[in-house]
Design a protein around this ligand. Structure first.
Ligand SMILES: Nc1ncnc2c1ncn2[C@@H]1O[C@H](COP(=O)(O)OP(=O)(O)OP(=O)(O)O)[C@@H](O)[C@H]1O
Ligand SMILES: [Mg+2]
Length: 357
């Protein structure tokens, strides 16, 4: 759950909702484009709920043939159909005491929509071929990346089920609407991938950063994660290039193009700051020393280039950290987080302001 990265206003709104809905037992509907983090969100809700010790059982309604889905979901009795030689519990029962994650709920057949609605209203169901009415204590979190309202208009989805499921609704915004989150996630994914591959990659080239910032990310976080992991494999130097990310275009050498002095200055500053942040994991003193600027200049520059939100992301997890306080005790707030040190090379955790609270 604490794997959720982001500090944009849009994703902080999602984190806030996750905390609120986790405290209830009601069904939740998650919507959002592919790869926006619906399953991760469902896991986060489960892990924050009173059911966290219980199972989290995902089922993808679109991935299972229609003829098998009812039995997969609700189970079957022995002899219910050819091949049903044993009684079998469905995912709904397997998730008893926990959470059922019903992915691609828009693909449920009308007959199963009725059965699900009844379960949501009364908590009861029958296995396929069974007469006995069964009860199970399972919370349902459903997700879809199709517009259910359109499905309702075309009579493909029951309106009553939509209202029952969607009392608590969380929409995952597309990555292109999350500002600097793409860059921030890219850095976290890079550190994770570089740590597992043991490659000494320190960061992204300026052109790679520009590409990360401007790419529209139709596949959202999944696409970003895959591109960064692939780039780490392809990378031959100390930094990931635009070609490594396979985002079109090439890293330009200084002689290939002419920037205005001002643009070049900004590009180089951004590149240096990002490199220093990655290298020193947000340790402000070390960054200021290496870049030979005062800490106040450093903070001003980070703010100027929108990088200040990334800084806390690069500090290690509290759980695996030791804290060294400066004797004066008067350090800047960012400086306090920056003095944490860790043995772990993997930096993938979040500061409280950037994670599910
Ligand atoms: N906020 C986030 N921070 C870090 N990783 C994330 C975040 N959101 C999503 N991911 C990662 O992106 C990938 C896609 O996420 P997930 O499977 O939850 O998306 P989804 O919305 O269910 O996609 P689909 O609609 O295609 O099933 C996963 O590897 C997940 O761990
Ligand atoms: Mg999914």
């Amino acid at each position: 759950m604490d794997d959720m990265v982001g500090s944009s206003l849009a994703i902080c709104g999602v984190f806030d909702k996750i905390s609120k809905v986790a405290a209830t037992e009601m069904p939740v509907l998650l919507t959002g484009e592919t790869g926006t983090g619906k399953e991760l969100t469902a896991q986060a809700i489960h892990a924050r709920s009173v059911r966290k010790q219980g199972p989290f059982v995902p089922i993808n309604c679109a991935a299972i043939p229609e003829t098998l889905l009812e039995s997969e979901l609700f189970g079957h009795e022995r002899g219910a159909f050819t091949g049903a030689v044993h009684q079998k519990k469905g995912k709904l029962e397997a998730a008893g005491g926990g959470t059922l994650f019903l992915d691609e709920v828009g693909d449920l057949l009308p007959s199963l929509q009725v059965k699900l609605l009844r379960f949501l209203q009364e908590g009861t169901f029958e296995r396929v071929g069974g007469q006995e009415t069964l009860h199970v204590d399972t919370r349902v979190i459903a997700a879809t990346n199709v517009d259910l309202q359109t499905a309702i208009d075309h009579n493909r989805f029951r309106e009553d089920l939509y209202y029952r499921l969607g009392v608590l609704h969380i929409h995952l915004p597309p990555l292109r609407e999350r500002g600097e989150d793409a860059l921030l996630m890219a850095m976290v994914f890079l550190q994770q991938a570089a740590a597992t591959t043991h490659k000494p990659i320190r960061g992204f080239s300026a052109q790679a950063i520009e590409a990360l910032r401007t790419h529209p990310w139709p596949g959202n976080v999944r696409e970003l994660s895959n591109r960064v992991r692939r780039a780490v494999v392809m990378c031959e130097g100390a930094e990931i290039t635009r070609q490594d990310l396979d985002l079109g275009g090439e890293d330009l050498h200084a002689t290939d193009s002419l920037d205005s002095l001002r643009a070049a200055h900004q590009r180089i500053e951004t590149e240096l700051l990002v490199k220093a942040l990655t290298l020193h994991r947000g340790n402000m003193s070390r960054i200021a020393r290496d870049l030979q600027v005062s800490r106040s200049t450093l903070y001003r520059k980070l703010k100027q280039y929108g990088l200040e939100k990334i800084t806390p992301m690069l500090t290690p997890p509290l759980a695996s950290t030791k804290t060294r306080r400066k004797p004066s005790g008067n350090s800047h707030p960012s400086e306090q987080s920056a003095v944490r040190i860790t043995e772990s090379p993997v930096v993938a955790s979040l500061e409280p302001a950037s994670q599910v609270p």
